[in-house]
Unconditional design. Structure first.
Length: 61
């Protein structure tokens, strides 16, 4: 089963920034794409913590 989406990591990040999100983190490959964005300025560590909170059951692994 294959699901195709209209974004690649760089185009999704650009769309989120254009939408008013100054802090954006996007990871992905051929089959998956995940993004986290915030309306306030956040450093890379804070974005990673936000990502882990939402996509790892809330643990801070």
């Amino acid at each position: 089963m294959s699901h195709q989406y209209g974004y690649i990591p760089s185009s999704l990040a650009a769309a989120l920034r254009a939408g008013g999100f100054p802090s954006v983190g996007v990871i992905g490959d051929k089959w998956t794409l995940y993004a986290v964005a915030a309306k306030r300025q956040m450093d890379e560590a804070a974005l990673k913590a936000l990502f882990m909170h939402h996509w790892s059951g809330g643990s801070q692994a």
